[in-house]
Design a protein around this ligand. Structure first.
Ligand code: PLP
Length: 466
């Protein structure tokens, strides 16, 4: 498989190169040159397979000849062996129609582990025997940082610089990052910043050639294609358990950077019968406005109890717009340059109509979020986290007859214990696999959210290209 940039002017890469790459050199994001498909028989054959075997079947077409299926399987066994549930991503039934797909059984309690545990192993494999020292720079609203740090701490050949908005991640999220004392891990708390500010700084570093060419930069945000690829798997895994390919299944996805729900779009493109995909946002609702009205204009980020969705610019949306707009890189580059200049753009009619064929969207406020938490508790005895609750509230607004609706449960409730306790009166315990998180020493550096401060910090610690 070959990978092309959404802006049409960057080199074409193979799977190994795209895994190690960050942003494309033309400012775009990499996507596969075409969508591979699984036919009905191939999807039916996934029935009853383990998570690992499903993963190998779904991901093999994207890997091309950079790795054999057997080697991919070995990495999947290792990555998913670290999950605390034998099913890796188990389904839980809430009522006759609604299900949760629990994606939080990995080491850092959020769905990011599903992809990043594998991506960490892919990095290691592709860097073994190479003299390159990779500099991973990421921005996090909390969960990507902890999952990436867990996946990369202590690995040879990689230094990790993780930027988080100071005071805007939960205590558990922060401690999961800052108590990892491996020398290759560097946590940076950005003073007075939002996640969008952190993400914009990372983009600026990739786009600044005098900085980016001094190091071999890589990304673990969902601009990284391998991450999205690993997330396609659980859509297939869940849908075949609920009757696909004969029966379509709908998904509701708590959305921030549009990575998780984009993986659902890819699953549909690959042939999975996805009835609807619901983009669930909190009050930071740029994606809801874009999908319902075609209005993609950046608002001010409002901090909420679902911080991993406190985002007003969703990197991966560009991948969708590119695909819906007929894969015209030059047109995409013009559209995105317009957005970058004015912080606003209108979707074209083709993009709007294309999105409407598969996507629904919903904006869920704090009150409705709390109601969804209480409903899950009363109806099914399930304690859910604030992000999942936003997805569930959006799912319950749908009217789809008897089509099963799966809400992606993106974080373990204990990761956001305060918000869960406020809504339900119950304080979920941290699972024992997290250990003594609150007794461990923290290490991080606070910096002003400026390009100069962050790049000089990184340049003093990263390994220059030889
Ligand atoms: C990252 C995250 C999201 C948003 O996922 P995107 O892929 O950025 O849309 C939702 N919920 C939780 C708990 C997360 O960590």
């Amino acid at each position: 498989m070959r990978y092309i940039s959404t802006r049409g002017a960057a080199p074409v890469l193979d799977f190994e190169q795209v895994t190690l790459a960050g942003l494309a050199s033309d400012g775009g994001l990499y996507v596969p040159e075409h969508w591979p498909t699984l036919n009905t028989d191939q999807i039916a054959a996934l029935r009853g397979l383990s998570y690992v075997d499903t993963a190998v079947a779904v991901m093999t077409p994207f890997i091309g000849d950079t790795m054999s299926s057997a080697d991919l399987r070995t990495l999947c066994v290792q990555a998913y062996g670290r999950f605390s549930h034998a099913a890796v991503t188990p389904l839980v039934q809430l009522d006759q129609q609604h299900w949760l797909l629990e994606l939080f059984h990995g080491p850092t309690l959020a769905f990011k582990d599903v992809a990043l545990q594998l991506v960490g192993l892919l990095f290691e494999r592709f860097l073994t025997g190479s003299t390159q020292q990779l500099t991973v720079i990421g921005a996090t609203s909390g969960d990507t940082g902890s999952a990436a740090i867990d996946a990369l701490a202590g690995r040879a050949g990689v230094d990790v610089f993780m930027l988080h908005p100071k005071g805007r991640v939960s205590d558990v999220q922060r401690r999961q990052m800052t108590t990892v004392l491996a020398p290759n891990v560097h946590n940076i708390a950005l003073e007075g910043a939002s996640f969008d500010d952190a993400q914009a700084l990372v983009k600026a570093m990739f786009n600044d050639s005098s900085f980016s060419t001094r190091f071999t930069l890589s990304a673990v945000n969902s601009i990284n294609w391998a991450r999205l690829m690993a997330q396609i798997v659980y859509y297939f895994y869940a849908a075949v358990r609920l009757g696909a390919p004969e029966r379509p299944v709908a998904f509701s996805v708590p959305t921030g950077n549009f990575g998780d729900v984009f993986a659902g779009y890819v699953a549909a493109k690959m042939g999975l019968p996805v009835a609807r995909l619901v983009v669930a946002t909190n009050v930071n609702d740029i994606l809801h406005r874009a999908i319902s009205d075609g209005d993609y204009s950046q608002g001010t980020v409002v901090p909420t109890p679902s911080p991993s969705m406190d985002i007003q610019v969703s990197s991966n949306f560009e991948r969708l717009l590119f695909d819906l707009g007929g894969r015209d890189g030059a047109a995409m580059a013009t559209q995105m340059r317009g957005f970058e200049a004015s912080r606003a753009m209108q979707l074209t009619n083709t993009q709007r109509d294309g999105a409407a064929r598969l996507f629904d969207s919903a904006r869920v406020d704090g009150n409705e979020m709390a109601l969804a938490m209480r409903w899950a508790q009363a109806e099914a005895g399930q304690i859910i986290d604030p992000h999942t609750a936003i997805g569930l509230a959006a799912a319950r607004r749908l009217d789809l007859g008897d089509t099963p609706v799966v809400t992606l449960a993106t974080a373990h409730p204990s990761k956001f214990g305060d918000a869960v306790e406020r809504a339900t009166g119950i304080r979920p315990a941290l699972p024992s696999r997290i250990g003594n998180l609150f007794d461990r020493t923290e290490r991080y550096t606070t910096l002003p959210a400026t390009f100069d401060a962050v790049t000089s910090f990184i340049a003093a610690r990263a390994t220059a290209r030889s």
